[in-house]
Design a protein around this ligand. Sequence first.
Ligand SMILES: [Fe+2]
Ligand SMILES: [Fe+2]
Length: 348
Amino acid sequence: MKAFKLVCPVYTLDYKQLLPGGKELTPEALDELIASNKEASYQSCPILKYGTIHQDLRRFLQENPYNINFEKPDQAGGLALMSKIDFIPPLLKFFDYFKENDAYTYRHSLVVFALSILLAQDLLKETEDWIVDVMAGTIHDFGKVNVPLKILKKKEPLTRVDKIILEHHALAGFVLLSYFFQDHGKFAAWAAKEHHERRDGSGYPLGIPMKDRMIEIISVCDIYDALLSPRPHRPIPYDNRTALEEITDMAEKGKIGWEVVQALVSYSRKDRPAFQECKVSVEKRGASRADDLRRIDALRKMKCPNCHGTAREIKTSREEVEQIHYECRSCGNTFSEDDLLNMELDFS
Ligand SMILES: [Fe+2]
Ligand SMILES: [Fe+2]
């Protein structure tokens, strides 16, 4: 495992600091941390029997477009499979915390869980290992317990510091899950760490190429649900078609794999083709990205993502194609519509 440094401290929901900011995450440091928790023994409980999770999940899957993807939630949605998955109390506390404090993260975690099972059933059925790995979809954002709620629920654009703290959720999730599972090789911990990485190495926290198929499935479900959800900084969600086009666009750029996109798109088709036969159109016919961005821009009033100053539009022309950039009147930062869209994905 490549060693890397934590930018922020990692602490549990009951404020116990596990590692300080600046700590180098070597296997030895993780072994030492895990050894400090070796006396703990946890009584696990099936996730769907905990609190109101089962009924909440069923309700979420009845909302558009998931009601189409999961026409019969008990069968197609793999609820039977989910009911076999046990969680230990520290993981269940994650759901209590977000149910009470951030309804988006609560709902998102459960929906990504269900959706990733749906796609894994198609894409990984020849292998058996994924069945024990599906729990990772539910807790991919476990590290968000370390992100202040005022950042998770912020209506204004994130500052550079907010962004660093938000991105810390990937490594924080890895450390926390390694600690609670008493094993830093556990798949769910690795999925928490790598679900924002991309195939072309353009993701975070390490900027390494995403290689694992199950993590890629979780990652695509994560992006899809983030786009379809109203968010504090973007109250108008993407419609299904536009969300799928954004994901197709990412496949065209080599950030995610085509097969996962095919599997996702096939669930929105009436004839539900097998993913290998699902032709994904690269033609953009949903609400245009410009329309979406105009809505986002109108909401943000083109505030600079760096300092929140107002920005002015700069038009340039390259090979006779008009390009639009924005320049902040206060700090001089220049940014594009793509930068704003990438910010959308940082929240997922
Ligand atoms: Fe997420
Ligand atoms: Fe995330």
